[in-house]
Design a protein around this ligand. Structure first.
Ligand SMILES: Cc1cc2nc3c(=O)[nH]c(=O)nc-3n(C[C@H](O)[C@H](O)[C@H](O)COP(=O)(O)OP(=O)(O)OC[C@H]3O[C@@H](n4cnc5c(N)ncnc54)[C@H](O)[C@@H]3O)c2cc1C
Length: 456
């Protein structure tokens, strides 16, 4: 048995793990990233390859380090194909957006963290956690090519992705760590990298298309005009889809993909749920997918993972400097996540809940009736102004869907209430139970308004 000692043991060499470890290393702490994959495969992760907002990414690994992986920076709008209505909606996407070579990106963040002083131990599968008598997590145990390895640490950062194994192992009975987690709150997704013989016309767009069920969608994201990331996913509370077959079916029916070649295939689960209410436990913090830090309506999780990694490391560094490991000392991590994006993601999750309770055809014809510019403003800025003429036109086009529109209006009101509540996220673990109880009352209203089954 080999034993290592580090200030930080980070499990997982994805975005959240690399950002957490690089933040710790740049502050002068010993950090190791323990990764089950080998050095070649590390960073090869299932993804749609769309990266939003990299200009403001944490300094630990700035955008300049990522840029060599950007293959298409000319994407500026979403192209929503609505076959039921024979309509294509072109909706501008505000802000900075790139389609990337995800594997190259994965390697870039590992190299940058390595240059910052992080150690990487590959081929090392974490199997269990170590806890002392007080319940504090003090390390992990792993297997490397058949040998047992132990890592003792001041702090363990769980960056092991969706449905992290570590969370099955930690005894959370003495902390606020969110254990209300079920596979049905996740999406099962799959993607292929497809080379097409002729350039596609939509290389400046992210293409979306509903699957036959409201809870799923297909995407076609152009890495270049001849290399397309094509994928799909569905919420796991639904009857399972046949992802590989369903994608193949759609590809076969698109003329752009005649004679195409598939060069890579990967699938994974992603959390399309609200962020964990608390992702802290003495000596332990969960980040990125391991704590539900994904925009639940788009499935975009890279940005949340990068910021969560930095916030977790910074909270743990402060705690370490004060010589403490308890939850109160780590709490600023939960607060910063909620303040930056967690509250917004929790409110967006309300629309996910709604989508499980409405008929996809109704939703699509309603969407087709709405004007693209206003829809974009509503989606990204949360505001939209309709002139009288436009409002009259929309009302006429959406005739027959007014019941749905009213339901969406009511849903937005309750989502706004939820957002307000998240803005008063407690400033210490003591306040969490009371805050959760009031939040759960608002969620009851969400289920009543949407008619959906309870998600949590
Ligand atoms: C199909 C699909 C499409 C997506 N598309 C997009 C997109 O277009 N844009 C976007 O922003 N986000 C997208 N996402 C989400 C995004 O990929 C994730 O949110 C992001 O990768 C999360 O990063 P992470 O570091 O938390 O976890 P991950 O990137 O999953 O990294 C976890 C790491 O932990 C390692 N690990 C796990 N268990 C162990 C163990 N026991 N021992 C050692 N190592 C372990 C894994 O091997 C992995 O390297 C998509 C996700 C999927 C599944």
């Amino acid at each position: 048995m080999t034993t290592h000692e580090f200030d930080f043991v980070v499990v997982g060499a994805g975005t959240s793990g690399c950002y957490a470890a690089a933040t710790a290393a740049k502050a002068g702490y010993d950090a190791v990233v323990v990764e089950r994959k080998d050095a070649e495969q590390a960073g090869h992760i299932a993804c749609g390859d769309a990266l939003k907002g990299a200009a403001n990414f944490p300094d630990a690994i700035p955008k300049t380090e990522l840029e060599p992986a950007f293959t298409n920076t000319g994407v500026d709008h979403g192209r929503f194909e609505i076959p039921q209505e024979d309509t294509v909606l072109e909706i501008p996407i505000p802000g900075e957006l790139a389609v990337i070579d995800r594997w190259k990106y994965g390697r870039r963040i590992i190299e940058s963290a390595d240059e910052a002083g992080v150690e990487f131990h590959y081929d090392t599968v974490v199997q269990d956690v170590e806890q002392d008598r007080s319940g504090r997590v003090t390390g992990v145990t792993a297997t490397r090519q058949g040998d047992a390895v132990t890592y003792d640490a001041e702090f363990v950062v769980d960056a092991a992705g969706s449905l992290s194994l570590l969370q099955d192992k930690v005894d959370f009975s003495e902390s606020t760590f969110d254990t209300n987690v079920d596979y049905s709150q996740f999406c099962s997704a799959y993607r292929e990298i497809v080379e097409v013989p002729e350039p596609v016309e939509w290389d400046d767009a992210l293409v979306f298309k509903p699957t036959e069920r409201a809870a799923g969608y297909l995407w076609y994201f152009p890495r270049t005009d001849t290399e397309i990331n094509a994928g799909l996913g569905f919420q796991m509370n639904e009857e399972p889809m046949h992802l590989v077959e369903d994608l193949k079916h759609d590809l076969r029916n698109r003329s752009e993909f005649q004679g195409a070649e598939v060069t890579d295939k990967l699938g994974a689960a992603l959390p399309t749920r609200r962020p964990y209410d608390s992702a802290t436990h003495p000596g332990y913090l969960a980040v990125g997918d391991a704590a539900g830090h994904v925009n639940p309506t788009t499935g975009g999780g890279i940005a949340g993972a990068a910021y969560a990694g930095m916030y977790a490391a910074e909270a743990a560094i402060d705690a370490l400097e004060d010589g403490v490991h308890d939850e109160a000392a780590l709490w600023s991590y939960n607060e910063r996540v909620m303040d930056h994006f967690g509250a917004r993601y929790a409110a967006l999750d309300v629309y996910n809940v709604l989508s499980t309770a409405v008929d996809v055809d109704d939703l699509m014809s309603l969407l087709a009736a709405l004007p693209g510019k206003q829809l974009s403003e509503a989606l990204y800025a949360g505001t939209s102004s309709f002139g009288v003429g436009l409002a009259a036109k929309v009302a006429a086009k959406s005739f027959g869907h007014w019941g749905q529109i009213y339901k969406m209006y009511q849903t937005k009101r309750v989502a706004d209430r939820l957002l307000d509540h998240y803005e008063s996220y407690p400033s210490s673990p003591d306040g969490l139970a009371r805050w959760q109880s009031r939040r759960d009352d608002i969620m009851d209203d969400v289920y009543e308004v949407t008619g959906a089954d309870a998600k949590y």
